[in-house]
Design a protein around this ligand. Structure first.
Ligand code: DC
Length: 218
């Protein structure tokens, strides 16, 4: 069972996808972390995030453990990741990594939840279930701002909103695998939902889709 969860930055998809995977006993892959890991290493090695050759070389040597580095959550790394994500050869290399995870979830898990921008459209077009999670830019910027503040990082809400709009624009308008809902995706707008209510909505989508709750737990 493969569940694809896509959506723009700060719509809540990471938190919801992770929780869904845990509740179902499935493996979870944050595919944004893959682009972030490539971007972080490019920056660390002093390359430009748009250096196609270096980015492809790094993408080819990516390992699972690279996805857990705390630096991946930095704003500059997210911004660079969105640039790296426009490079067609990088996307092609990373496609295998993602499809392999979905086809063979680690630790013998009976399914996988992948979240990103193009899981339902390109990485796993045959996923059993696709959910596209969104929220208004203003709400997403507010959440992101509060998250940064909670981490003790200096942030200005207007700047966070401007950055987020720029990321949306870049992710949605690139030539290769742009951010968009798959035709057969269920849409969930979390603008007016707190995380608990949004998670209940996801559980309902899964239960309705499968005819029953497919997990072992709760
Ligand atoms: O979800 P995130 O903010 O961690 O993603 C960082 C960047 O990676 C995002 O701006 C676009 C890119 N990305 C992508 O192109 N395709 C994916 N499946 C996931 C992320």
């Amino acid at each position: 069972m493969i569940i694809a969860i896509d959506g723009p930055v700060a719509a809540g998809k990471g938190t919801l996808a992770r929780r869904l995977a845990a509740a179902l006993g499935y493996a979870y892959l944050d595919t944004g972390a893959i682009y972030r890991a490539v971007a972080a290493r490019l920056l660390r090695e002093g390359h430009d995030p748009e250096d196609e050759e270096a980015a492809e070389r790094i993408a080819r040597s990516l390992r699972m453990e690279d996805l857990n580095a705390p630096e991946l959550r930095r704003e500059d790394v997210g911004e660079a990741a969105s640039k790296v994500a426009r490079i067609g050869n990088v996307r092609r290399v990373l496609l295998d990594f993602q499809r392999n995870f979905a086809a063979h979830p680690p630790d013998g898990a009976p399914g996988a939840v992948l979240d990103g921008r193009d899981i339902g459209t390109v990485v796993c077009p045959d996923a059993d279930l696709k959910i596209f999670i969104t929220a208004s830019p203003e709400i997403r910027a507010r959440r992101r701002y509060e998250e940064l503040r909670a981490r003790g990082e200096a942030a200005d809400e207007a700047t966070v909103l401007a950055d987020l709009r720029r990321r949306d624009e870049r992710d949605s308008n690139r030539a290769d695998a742009p951010l968009r809902p798959a035709d057969d995706a269920h849409l969930l707008d979390t603008s007016n939902l707190d995380i608990e209510t949004a998670f209940r909505a996801i559980r309902e989508i899964v239960t309705r889709h499968c005819g029953h709750w497919p997990g072992q737990a709760g």
